[in-house]
Structures are given as structure tokens and as C-alpha cells.
Ligand binder design. Sequence first.
Ligand SMILES: Cc1ncc(COP(=O)(O)O)c(C=O)c1O
Length: 324
Amino acid sequence: MHKYNDSTTNLLDKYPRADLLQTPVIIHKLPRLSSHLGLNIFILRDDLTGFALGGNKTRKLDYLIGDALVHKADTLVTMKATSFSRNAAAAASACGLALHVVIAGTESEQNPASQAFFNQCGTTLHYEPQGESVLADACSHLVDSLKKQGKSVYELHPGGSDAIGALGYVRAFHEILDFSYRSGVHFSHIIHSTSSAGTQAGLVLGQCISTYDTCIIGVGASLKADAQSERVRELARSTARMLGIQFDETKIVVDDKFVGPGYATPSEEGRTAVKRFAAMEGILLDQVYTGKAAAALLHFATHGTLEGGSVLFIHTGGNAGLFY
Ligand SMILES: Cc1ncc(COP(=O)(O)O)c(C=O)c1O
């Protein structure tokens, strides 16, 4: 069995966190799905990270807001009305920071539930009627103007996937390793949804630091495998540079066969997987990310790809999408 060690915690120790996450996070077996598929399937419940809307964003924000606080920021700026920016809204409130979000479109075009969430958290929203193409420019103008007003500004990458944000999943890998060591369960495969790359880059680096023998499969939610792998590689490289470590690029495995009709459009296999998780385990998945990753899990399980081992499925959250 793998020998657990503290190299990851030592590396991460110098990066402060905002303590948004309730720990220990939960890993448990999916008993009915496991016996149905003839495999040992476990789930990491990052839908239950214990803060605001939950999900993988909490892990990224834990380090990002930690970094913002070290830099004495009083104001955060990000763009797009996404689950990341909504979680950032809650995190900003909890840490006594202001948050500005630049959003494409007009106010009347926004989802009312999303707007209500931002309003409750006291987020300042800026609308850009000319759309997505001008968001980056609008954001940098906003940052300049806030600085001129004397604010200490920290910019959050949309999706939270920069070198600091990716640390959240380096740490998550450490928690997986800890569980594996204490329970004696070795995960031959780890399966999760991948898009802006922070989750996968962090996991792969965590694996490389620990030398744990497993295959991490990022199931694409949007891009073709080559483009998604490149996105993960770039982010993993910059995070590895920051940490001063080497990493093995061959550990980046992306499967794009489950994107279906396209990003954010439900797929038939995804729908089936969402139903199966709900009907067999009472676990809710979304159609954009976790449903498609679960479709991959079910496909691999029934096509012999996962034979013999124990598999960890990472529930990266996204449940708020069920209500928007
Ligand atoms: C619920 C959910 N799962 C997975 C992902 C993909 O994670 P990442 O963007 O870190 O690749 C996202 C990204 O938005 C998400 O919202």
C-alpha cells in the first residue's frame, strides 16, 4: 500500500488559506452503484464543502482569498455571473471584503436567482451591454478606477483557475491520500469534470508530489481533449513553478467523449447518469459538469476500463445549477 507522507502539507504550509472549508471533507462508498456495477465506487463530496453554494470553487477561493488577505486587499474584482463569482460573493462577505463583478449583457437579461444571491451578499455588479468580447477591457478599467479611489484591489481569475487557486486541489489530493492511507482503500482511478483546469492541475500536481499510483481522468465539459490537456498543462506548469517542483506531464489524461452536443447543453448519457445517481444513491448532479463526468464513470465501468480497482468519483458541486 502507498506510504503516506507529509510532503504536500510542507509545500502548502506557506500559502495562507481563508478557512472557508469545513474539514474533514467527506469520502464515502456508493454501495448500490458499486454492487450494480460490480466495482468499489467511492465519492469525494466536494458538493458538501460546507460553505455557501459548495463545490470545487470553495477550495480555490480558500487559497485565493487567503492570498488576497495577505496582500492587504480590501476589494476583489472578477467577471461573469458564474458559480465561481457567486461563491466569491459569499467568501468576500465572510472575509469582510468588497466584491465587484463585471457581467456581460444588461441587468434585465440576468437570471433573477443569481441576481438575488449577489444582492444578498452585497456584491456590486457592473453590466457590459456589448457582451463577452469587451469584458476583459471593462474589468481592467474598473480595476484602474477602483485603485484611483484608493482601494487595494485583488483580481480573481474567472473560475479561480490560476496558480494560487489550483492549490485547493493539490490539498484535496492530499486529503484523498490521507483517506486512502487510513482506510486501506487504494484508488486505481480518480474521475472528475474538467473545464477551466484548476481542479485537474491541482490533482495532478498532488499526485506527482506524493507519487501515489493512480490514473486521474479529467472528463471534458467543453473543449476537445488536446485543447483541454494544454489548458491543464499550462496551469500545472505555472503552479509547479510557483511551488518549485517538477511534475510528470504524462499524468494529464483528458477524455472529451462525454461533452455531448456542447458546453452547458445536456447530453443523453449525462441525463441517464444524473438519474442513476439520484435514483440509486440520492445524490444530485448537474447536467453541465458532474452529470457528464458521471456518464464517463458509468461508461468506463461497463466497458471494462476500471476493472479490479476502487474508483473515486469527485463530486465537484454545481448543485446551484439545478435551481437556476
Ligand atoms: C460543478 C463544476 N464541476 C467541475 C468544474 C470544472 O472544474 P475546473 O474549472 O476547475 O476545471 C466546474 C467549473 O466551473 C464546475 O462548476
